[in-house]
Design a protein around this ligand. Structure first.
Ligand code: UN1
Length: 509
């Protein structure tokens, strides 16, 4: 696999400073947080972390802002989000640079992440005129039965390093038009892009005459995230991260009867049927499995391929992997950037060792790269591992580029393998046989929140609802009618007759 040499920490620091300057961010100097770059694995800046008192104040400010925001007409709330979208467009390149610097994404994917933010802003602006409730036929004469949707309150957004900006925007753009206010706790690994997004929203608020406190950023560690989880003033906790994190958050919020929207681990599979267009399958598989260095929650982790075409398909995937350029995410030729940390690289090494112990054979990749040029960074070659069956290690999500290959004989078996993991985020089938495609999408087909035909598992558009079942947490964010999670429903029965009629023919008095 060819390599591109990453830039020095000094060069990355300069790039970050010029992007931040153009966006207008003033870094909060102080202690408590390190802004690092996985490109070299080194610290760029030391920043002040939000204290517990400041975080508490951020929640009270957001509670205060909710008082007026909830009665601001939704289309007027949309004006704020429209301005945010304009600012994101204006600063697209600088924001993408910060995503590359902090998450290690290659340029095209970093730009794609900012595009995803612009798209959700446009969606949310349209939505601000479409928060529809139903009118229901009443069984009583002279009565009107209808639903209205009202804002919920403060939404606590807890986001992960791998989509440090887009996942915030899915939640924030939608929550704001729904009339909620937001307190955002991003990953500690991505403070710079978080400061940039928050700054642009502050600017959008100033430009549109909206109180700044409709959104507050808290830059801190897990303890502050826990405060949001425990705080009864936070009506909805929308959290993206590991299943382990979700398992800790869910019961705590439930115990105070708060709401959660959980977007947790995935263990996504693609089935490749004998009729598949193998060229198309190859591109879909390599992007989904090796793209973003395997660090999307939608990353393809399991390839379930029909045994008649398995050798050919696997040979082609392995050949494509051998050509993947690894290294500097700023270089146009690179396709695989760094892993976020040493911890991620160690997890990959351990998973590969376990896979071998469980009978797997590593066909390509798994070795670390550029360790002389960037000794503190973690560049790894994406791996393909042929497994004899779906063993214990395959059932776990390792947040690194490992693609396990399994084979099947009939489609029922392939679907059973797809569904036999604890997670349920994304899935796909490559087939030109309509019966197979429909069977995969049917009620007894894939059990995932996202099921695709003839594309990979990752790279969803914002217009659909995003999320998954089982240990993925059940939440839906982004498009479609996901907005309902950010609002509360009131059922209204209005009697405009002069008689009090009881439902169900009950008579009284
Ligand atoms: C994530 O990895 O948390 O579908 C989100 C995708 C992107 C979003 C991924 N649109 O891959």
């Amino acid at each position: 696999m060819p390599e591109t040499i990453p830039p020095s920490t000094e060069t990355v620091r300069e790039l970050a400073l010029s992007s931040l300057r153009r966006i207008g961010v003033v870094l909060p100097e102080g202690e408590g947080l390190h802004a690092r770059t996985p490109i070299t694995g080194e610290t760029l800046f030391r920043l002040a972390a939000t204290t517990a008192e400041e975080a508490d104040l951020a929640v009270s400010d957001a509670v205060g802002a909710f008082e007026t925001w909830r009665t601001t007409p939704a289309p007027a709330r949309g004006v704020l989000v429209r301005r945010l979208g304009e600012l994101l467009r204006e600063h697209k390149n600088d924001l993408a640079d910060l995503v590359t610097i902090e998450a290690g994404k290659i340029r095209s994917e970093a730009l794609g992440e900012i595009q995803e933010m612009i798209d959700i802003c446009e969606f949310a602006v349209g939505l601000s005129r479409q928060l529809y409730g139903r009118t229901i036929a009443s069984e009583r004469p002279g009565h009107r039965l209808a639903e209205t949707w009202h804002p919920l309150g403060v939404v606590g957004v807890i986001s992960a390093f791998n989509f440090p900006a887009a996942v915030w925007s899915w939640n924030t753009a939608v929550a704001l038009v729904c009339g909620d206010t937001v307190v955002w706790k991003p990953s500690e690994l991505t403070p710079l892009i978080s400061l940039a997004c928050s700054h642009l929203l502050d600017r959008a608020a100033a430009d549109t005459g909206v109180p700044r406190d409709v959104h507050r950023l808290v830059l801190a560690g897990r303890d502050i995230g826990e405060m949001l989880v425990e705080d009864p003033r936070v009506a909805l906790v929308s959290a993206t991260g590991s299943t382990r994190m979700g398992r800790a958050i869910g019961p705590k919020v439930a115990a105070r009867f708060g709401r959660t929207l959980l977007e947790l681990g995935g263990n996504n599979a693609s089935i490749v049927a004998p009729s598949a267009d193998l060229d198309l399958a190859l591109s879909g598989i390599v992007f989904a499995a090796a793209g973003t260095a395997g660090q999307r929650c939608t990353t393809l982790r399991r390839l379930i391929v029909h045994r008649d075409i398995a050798d050919e398909m696997v040979d082609r995937v392995v050949a494509a992997y051998r050509k993947l350029p690894i290294g500097d995410p700023f270089s146009d030729s690179t396709l695989v950037g760094p892993l976020i940390s040493r911890v991620a690289a160690d997890a990959m090494t351990q998973a590969l060792a376990r896979a071998e112990a469980e009978g797997g054979k590593v066909l390509v990749g798994g070795d670390s790269r550029l360790s002389e040029e960037a000794p503190h960074a973690s560049y790894v070659a994406p791996a393909v591992v042929r497994m004899p069956e779906q063993t214990a290690v395959v059932l776990e999500e390792t947040f690194a580029p490992i693609l396990y290959v399994l084979t099947y004989e009939d489609l029922d078996e392939a679907i059973a393998l797809n569904n036999a993991v604890p997670q349920g985020l994304s899935s796909s089938i490559f087939t030109l046989d309509q019966r197979e495609a429909e069977r995969f999408l049917a009620a007894d087909g894939s059990d995932c929140g996202i099921s695709n035909v003839n594309i990979g598992t990752s790279g969803a558009e914002i217009g659909g609802a995003f999320g998954g079942e089982k240990e993925t947490g059940g939440g839906r964010e982004s498009g479609s009618d996901s907005w309902r999670a950010y609002m509360r429903r009131a059922t209204n029965t209005v009697n405009y007759s002069s008689t009090l009629t009881l439902a169900q023919n009950v008579s009284f008095l």
